[in-house]
Design a protein around this ligand. Sequence first.
Ligand SMILES: NC(=O)c1ccc[n+]([C@@H]2O[C@H](COP(=O)([O-])OP(=O)(O)OC[C@H]3O[C@@H](n4cnc5c(N)ncnc54)[C@H](O)[C@@H]3O)[C@@H](O)[C@H]2O)c1
Length: 362
Amino acid sequence: MTASEILNEDLKYTFDRCGCDGAFSESTVLITGCAGFLGFYFMHFFARLAHRLGVRKILGLDNFKLGRPAWINELADAHDDVLELTSFDVAADDLAGLVGGRHVDYVLHMASIASPTFYRKYPLETLDANVWGLRRVLDHACRQGAKGVLFFSSSEVYGSPPADFVPTDEDFPGMVCAIGPRACYDEAKRFGETLCYVFATRRAVPVTIVRPFNNYGPGMRLDDRRVPADFAKAVLENRDIEILSDGTPTRTFCYVADAAAGYLRALTFGRFECFNIGIERPEISMLDLANLYATIGRQVAGYSAKVRFAAPEEKDYLTHNPARRCPKLDKARKMLGYEPTIEVAEGVGRFLRFLQTQGRPS
Ligand SMILES: NC(=O)c1ccc[n+]([C@@H]2O[C@H](COP(=O)([O-])OP(=O)(O)OC[C@H]3O[C@@H](n4cnc5c(N)ncnc54)[C@H](O)[C@@H]3O)[C@@H](O)[C@H]2O)c1
């Protein structure tokens, strides 16, 4: 299968599970942070499925802080009837001026640097996108009477929960350090959630919060510096997979096609709530994940190097790094009908096959 075929299969899987049922008919959808990992997925979703969804217009905004990926121009050219792409800083530029008299029905506010290596490098920009950028988005949604706004918060709002609170549900208030190298991200997401709450309760904006738990898959850049990208890059380059911790921290990894279905269900939910979106199992250690990439890499890409421990170059790489991260999904399951099914072994295989064949014509 080519990368394009894998992506199409994933998009169809998301479409079949997103419960949208005509929600986007004749709608204009605004996507901030459209050039990032999840941006790649949603821009392809709305562009390739525009006719089935009935979407009128997709407005993609990004400041391209970490570069302008090649795929985005190709996608904009291929879908110029529905897709409009603008270089735009959500924290500073004039949203009302950009959108003009056009009505925006749905907003996915994803603008924010999400990779720890890069948000540590750009802490003020990260704060700005999640606080001032979100404020501008909410003001605009309020003026326009949008049908749904989705704020991409993070499972990082929980900080480092004690063992009794892992798996973690939405009521856990969080144990987050306000000062430190991760705080620009964690605390900005927390403040962003407060903004959403105030706009929902005081101005009746239909904003919903999602707290993503470690997504991975097509769209994630190999130079992203998050663990799935680092491990996949090592496999494709047939280099040793380096574990930059002692291998014990655990996470649950949710394949993007599953997570996106949850995000779309939350976007069209139409009222204030916050939801964990991820997958509950397996909760996997970094060592086991590295070995999984090596094993699947051998099957998919003839990988022949090994897994080893290494010291991180960045001095703050492990500072305030949570020991465990695992969601409870009861609320999303009950209120949204969200049900992820793609376990990490299957998802890693799809991700590696996608990367291996990327660029090959479909
Ligand atoms: N992917 C995950 O597993 C995950 C986990 C938790 C939270 N999230 C959140 O979901 C959202 C999307 O995640 P992602 O993985 O696609 O992130 P990403 O870092 O890959 O992409 C974010 C995009 O936002 C853009 N951006 C940053 N500041 C901007 C600004 N001021 N104006 C316009 N664009 C700006 C960046 O240029 C980038 O293209 C983020 O808000 C992130 O914090 C994602």
